[in-house]
Design a protein around this ligand. Structure first.
Ligand code: IMP
Ligand code: MG
Length: 337
């Protein structure tokens, strides 16, 4: 069984929390983290805050094996720091062909006027991707220090599916940062929709059971580019919608939930179901609630509006930072995640 998690807006929708929650409650055998180190996924679990840039949020389940696929990009210092901090050395695997970002890529981006104009995170990801396309990027199998981690990720994933095991694929960033489908040129250096995520892993669309698109209860964006309905910092403070980027620390721009974008995200990734995070930002009395019946009526009505507009079941609703702060409707709605 395969579930792919996709960001529905501009990243920072809470995919890390959703991936961690599913890995734990759905007891996934494998969790694959796509994308690169420009994307930070935050997980708050057992009173600790984890900011992950390479390792899947699925690490919270100690029996889940962690994979870094060929389409991802790692940086050795970030990789080893995370592996040691999370103590996952004995259960993380990297594909032979995973791209490796080097200092030269970071240096090259800092000089780049276009990346300055779009508000890049300057982690070297775009420069490394450019080198990959030009066939000069070094990949994992060229680094002796990675030897003990190397596997054939597409084979591992497809064979696990053949055995009937469960695989969670954690996408990064959001639909509208996609190189092809986003607000070009204010986008990142990869396709962030489900097809792009699957291609990074090496698994075909017919093997996918659930495409779970994650939206936050409001839209945020870091860096430049269009943001319909953008609110002022004063308005954000009043609403309690102030957030900072987990990799760069920059203030996130924000706007109300955007149905038009959400509908398009559902189409671009062929979503089968949807998650909505941070509903407590809209309805404070939803905070920490873990069952549908206990949500305030306005919150339930809002979720039902999302369902009817998107024509997809809202299977998970985030009600707080902690991993367990979730209203899980999957079983009630007949979706086995
Ligand atoms: P780059 O991919 O780091 O060059 O950044 C390009 C654009 O994508 C900038 O606007 C970044 O702020 C944005 N971006 C890249 N990664 C993330 C992410 O993980 N979350 C949110 N925005 C991101
Ligand atoms: Mg993030």
């Amino acid at each position: 069984m395969l579930t792919v998690i996709v960001g529905g807006f501009f990243g920072d929708e809470g995919k890390g929390k959703i991936a961690g929650y599913l890995a734990l409650t759905g007891d996934y055998n494998y969790a694959v983290r796509t994308g690169a180190i420009n994307a930070g996924h935050t997980v708050v679990y057992n009173n600790r805050v984890y900011r992950l840039r390479t390792v899947s949020a699925g690490f919270v389940n100690k029996s889940t094996k962690l994979l870094v696929p060929p389409g991802a990009l790692i940086k050795l210092d970030v990789f080893f720091r995370e592996v040691e901090e999370l103590d996952v050395r004995d259960r993380i695997y990297v594909d032979y062909n995973t791209g490796v970002i080097e200092e030269i890529h970071v240096a090259r981006e800092r000089e780049d006027p276009v990346l300055r104009a779009i508000g890049s995170t300057f982690q070297g990801v775009g420069a490394a991707m450019a080198d990959r396309v030009l066939r000069r990027l070094r990949v994992a199998r060229e680094f002796p220090e990675l030897r003990e981690f190397l596997v054939d990720v597409p084979l591992v994933v497809n064979e696990a599916l053949d055995r009937g095991e469960k695989v969670l694929v954690e996408g990064t960033q959001g639909t509208f940062l996609s190189l092809y489908h986003g607000t070009y040129p204010y986008v990142t250096s990869r396709d962030t929709t489900a097809p792009g995520i699957l291609s990074e892993v090496g698994v075909g669309p017919r093997r996918v059971d659930h495409v779970l698109v994650v939206f936050k209860a409001y839209v945020t964006r870091v860096g430049e580019g269009p943001l319909e309905g953008e609110l002022s910092v004063e308005e954000l403070e009043k609403l309690g919608w102030i957030e900072r980027g987990s990799v760069t620390g920059r203030l996130r721009r924000a706007a109300p939930f955007n149905f038009k974008l959400a509908e398009r995200a559902v189409v671009l990734s062929s979503a089968t179901c949807v998650a909505v995070t941070k509903i407590d930002a809209l309805f404070p009395s939803a905070r920490g609630v873990k069952s549908w019946d206990k949500l305030p009526r306005e919150a339930r009505e809002w979720v039902e509006e999302v369902e009817s507009r998107l024509k997809r079941p809202v299977v998970l609703i985030g009600t707080g930072e902690q991993l367990e702060d979730v209203v899980d409707r999957s079983r009630d709605l007949g979706v086995e995640l």
